[in-house]
Design a protein around this ligand. Structure first.
Ligand SMILES: NC(=O)C1=CN([C@@H]2O[C@H](COP(=O)(O)OP(=O)(O)OC[C@H]3O[C@@H](n4cnc5c(N)ncnc54)[C@H](OP(=O)(O)O)[C@@H]3O)[C@@H](O)[C@H]2O)C=CC1
Ligand SMILES: CC(=O)N[C@@H](CCC(=O)OP(=O)(O)O)C(=O)O
Length: 338
């Protein structure tokens, strides 16, 4: 059995990971941590998350000693923590035998100047950054298999890159026209901590982070081309719907576009090619990404719809996909029943 620890196990993505590792046939959950002075230390996870009331795990307070012990004793460590915490702990956690998968944004951007601009603090963990592999599971399986550190993608980049990479990889996009990504996220995307912006009476469908969201450089880095990305907050709990408009390269046909998606995803068990535009309720609480596209050959445009659950495929389930690759399980182990 693969021994696993989860740090940040009280949060939305951390608790989801607890549930996924609990049901995983090849992994056992040895430790579930919160921060050292957390108000939730020593609480059972069941007391915080009613949907996990059947799970037997208790939250332990983390310490510097534990960081070293975990790096030496665990096979896999998941960090479901804020960017700064992941950044500060990675060098120690990755110094032993344990492989580390970080759900935060701390190790996704290789350019530390861009990182400082979008994350608001300096990156000082260069050696870990050099080892980090981007965990977009359907696109970088070979790199992920051999990785010691995986930077699990953000939720919006997962939806956006899933829509765009099949076309970009086959050079079907017009290089002169930026893809336009409009995406709506449920409120769980902002994490469990209360804030005015995310409170029930305040949330109303609204764009935010316009022309400045930190996921723009992440999408551009792994797509290889600039984009216009506009996130929106929606008044629902879970899910992301990304609607992506692209200008196709001259002469590209609808059949070529369809073939690009079939080539990329027909053999991928967690990507579902749909015959209509996806909707979030079809996959909330599941590890799937649904994709559909429509092409106007005459005008040379395509509109692609992608839906994911932000906590699952956008974070915890994709992290488990990566861990499966690193531990030589099939990519969907513990995530699907068929
Ligand atoms: N929610 C989502 O849809 C997605 C989130 N992510 C990323 O995943 C990470 C976790 O997100 P999410 O689960 O939503 O966050 P939550 O706010 O729900 O949970 C954060 C967890 O980290 C712990 N934590 C908070 N501050 C610290 C600290 N300074 N040191 C150590 N532990 C700390 C919290 O417990 P405590 O404070 O009690 O210690 C809690 O367990 C974040 O980096 C987020 O950006 C990525 C993709 C999607
Ligand atoms: C609705 C909402 O607030 N979503 C978050 C993104 C969540 C995510 O993917 O997180 P990281 O890239 O931070 O890991 C946001 O826009 O900041």
């Amino acid at each position: 059995m693969i021994n696993v620890a989860i740090i940040g196990a009280s949060g939305y993505t951390g608790a989801q990971l607890v549930q996924l590792i609990h049901q995983h046939p090849g992994m056992q959950l040895a430790h579930t941590f919160v921060s050292q002075h957390s108000a939730d230390a020593h609480q059972p996870i069941a007391a915080l998350h009613g949907s996990y009331a059947h799970l037997p795990y208790q939250l332990q307070p983390l310490s510097d000693e534990w960081l070293v012990t975990l790096s030496e004793q665990m096979d896999i460590i998941f960090l479901a923590t804020p960017h700064e915490a992941s950044h500060d702990w990675m060098e120690t956690l990755a110094s032993g035998k344990a492989k580390v998968l970080d759900l935060s944004g701390a190790f996704r951007l290789q350019d530390t100047a861009v990182f400082a601009q979008y994350y608001g603090f300096a990156h000082t963990a260069r050696s870990s950054l050099d080892k980090a592999v981007y965990g977009l599971a359907e696109w970088y399986p070979a790199e992920i298999r051999n990785a010691h550190i995986v930077a699990v993608p953000g939720c919006y980049p997962t939806a956006s890159l899933t829509a765009l990479k099949p076309l970009a990889e086959q050079t079907l996009l017009d290089p002169q026209v930026r893809p336009v990504i409009n995406a709506v996220s449920g409120v769980s995307g902002a994490g469990r901590k209360a804030s005015l912006t995310n409170s029930f009476c305040e949330v109303s469908l609204q764009a935010y982070g316009v022309l400045g969201h930190r996921h723009t450089p992440e999408i551009e880095a792994y797509l290889g081309t600039p984009v216009i990305f506009t996130p929106h907050l929606g008044n629902f709990k879970r899910g992301i719907l990304a609607t992506v408009t692209v200008k196709l390269a001259a002469g590209v046909t609808a059949d070529q576009v369809s073939q690009a998606y079939v080539d990329a995803y027909a053999e991928k068990p967690l990507i579902r090619l749909r015959d209509r535009m996806p909707k979030v309720d079809d996959l909330a609480n599941t590890p799937f990404a649904d994709v559909h596209w429509t092409v106007d050959e005459t005008a040379g445009y395509a509109v692609i719809g992608t839906a994911i659950d932000n906590v699952m495929k956008g974070a915890a389930a994709q992290a488990v996909q990566c861990a499966n690759l690193m531990c030589n399980f099939s990519i969907q182990t513990g995530l699907t029943h068929s």
